[in-house]
Design a protein around this ligand. Sequence first.
Ligand code: ADP
Ligand code: MG
Length: 710
Amino acid sequence: MGDGTAAEHVDALFGADVFGTKEMQQRLPKDAFKAVRRALETGERLSRDVADAVALAMKNWAVEQGATHYTHWFQPLTGSTAEKHDAFIVPDGQGRILFALSGSELIQGEPDASSFPSGGLRVTFEARGYTAWDVTSPAFLQRGKNHVTLVIPTAFVSWKGEALDQKAPLLRSMDALSVQALRLLKLFGTADGVKRVYTTLGCEQEYFLVDRNLYFARPDLVTCERTLFGAKPPKGQQLEDHYFGAIPPRVLAYMAEVERELYRVGVPVKTRHNEVAPGQFEFAPLFETANLACDHQMLLMEAIRRVAPRYGLQAILHEKPFAGVNGSGKHNNWSMATDTGVNLLDPRDETHANLQFLTFLCAIIRAVDLHGDLLRAAVASAANDHRLGANEAPPAIMSIFLGDMLSDLMTQLEKGSLDRTIKGGALDLGTRALPQLARDSGDRNRTSPFAFTGNKFEFRAVGSSQSVAWPCTILNTIAADSIDYIATELEKAAGANATPAQVREAVPGVLQKIIAQHKRVLFNGDNYSSEWHAEAEKRGLLNLRDCTTAIPALGADKNIALFAKYKVLNRTELDSRVHIFMEKYAKEMLIESEAMVLMGRQLILPAVVEHQTHLAACVAQTQAAGADVKALKSSLDSFVALASKFIDALDALDEADNHHDSDPFAQGTYMKKQVVPLMTELRKLGDELETRVSSSLWPLPSYRELLFFK
Ligand code: ADP
Ligand code: MG
């Protein structure tokens, strides 16, 4: 480290706690290192000898850094990560211990995993579940007070080998996509030297920060990560003065610490800024291959939560913590790239001549049109229901924004001839003090759930708290399917042994048909508008508004066949997911409604009663003193009426949520239909009371206090 500039610190820090390729090369015998390389490049399995060598090197490295324990880290279907730590120690036979990690301990673990959701895949007495080392995601160190732990990324499967986690299907979907994309590249004659096609993923993570003391005074935030009551403050986000505003010093110090911890474990966090809502912020890492990006995304969420208390803050990753204020999403920027570094969704300059790009693009258009239900299901959660379709987030209708240049090309393709690419040109800013800017060939569209943004797609409907592995798995699978379809059509049209030139000749005809069939999914306008909702319905696009319709869509016959065909999920694995997601939804709704009743009874009602008592005493005393009580009396009357309604609504909710159906669909649908309307009503009354009860009596920190902290 030279003179100690911040940049040098970052450089020295980056990846310092990762057992990466460099460490392997330094520490492994040559043959073993070569075998690992092959495993990374081609997916070839490692022999037991090589695994032993890697385990030894990894353990030595970790112990040198102070590690005492290791853990197989995995991503069960709870939506978060799981870990069980084991010390490296083994008995040396003479009453002391040795530090060791064997190849088999590295490759395979067996957590007692019966308490993770399996959706019927395993009954409790069949508790066995295995974790399996993922060679493609490097091990790293987790550091904390009094401990350093070696973390080994793994997949989590049942005794029968069925996926119980997010990673196994993701890796399978990446394999499926690679196979199909390679096939298409071979047809175009551009597969030379390419062994694999990766999906690349870069996620923009939005989150809220609130003062931790205030957080603990809000049982709803503590229990549900969302406010169940809370009147709108006079100033919300109307002035739009928070977005990209100066970052408050406490928050900036916090962000820098999050970044430093993430740099150590190799997460390339690049961007930080204020988001639209007051108290809302964003981190965005650079994109990486999807598997790594998904693991890193989990680490990012953990770091966001972990570091906040050190600054007196609480991080909130919920999709809609505050009513009437923007929610949080996680834009998934997604593309496909060869292992030789070519981005397959890069349109290049003369796009009309770039038939390979247009082919991949049309595959995505077909995929989204055929499987909009899956994309919608991929982002379905109780929390995201509050966000999707509200007038500030992408709607639940899945459509694609292409922008002017690509839309024009689609029109040309549909007509059967391709002869021009619209250019953005230069932007003159009218003063010599400013440079001429290169203008993009199309504007952006913030309202689209799935937008082409230059050289990648941005899936915007993804929720801020969810694992990105599942949406990415679905994207990969539906893309693989449509690439497969197009490759087959091209083979049919051009003949089995066609040259790349002959394939290119067949391209416009094949794509023309695809556009004619699937252009209904293209929409460049305002996705928030009611006109679009009507138009989308006319076009026959689905509008799966909430979990009770979106989650069951996963189990449709066409989807069972799709996941089975590409060996991403078999029928049992898919069924189990539908079950788990629906159960999660039903349980979360019940927790919310019970939390609401408790808050209503234990916090709000006592304050209301006290306020009413003051008011009544005031009326009586004023009257006794012989003064005019008319205004006071009518204020008391209307307050009593409101309080009575609140009590009735509280009783109604308390009564209604007392419903337990063992079928998660029935339970979820009941919650949605019978309980949610009562919650909405109770909240309305509660929020109105908040604006009327003396603030010295109101037991909950207000939105103003929660949102406008510094
Ligand atoms: P935009 O201005 O369109 O938001 P940025 O360059 O700021 O684009 O990138 C936003 C996110 O998209 C970042 O996480 C970035 O790493 C990611 N990204 C950029 N290119 C790709 C790609 N080819 N594949 C996947 N993600 C990408
Ligand atoms: Mg973006």
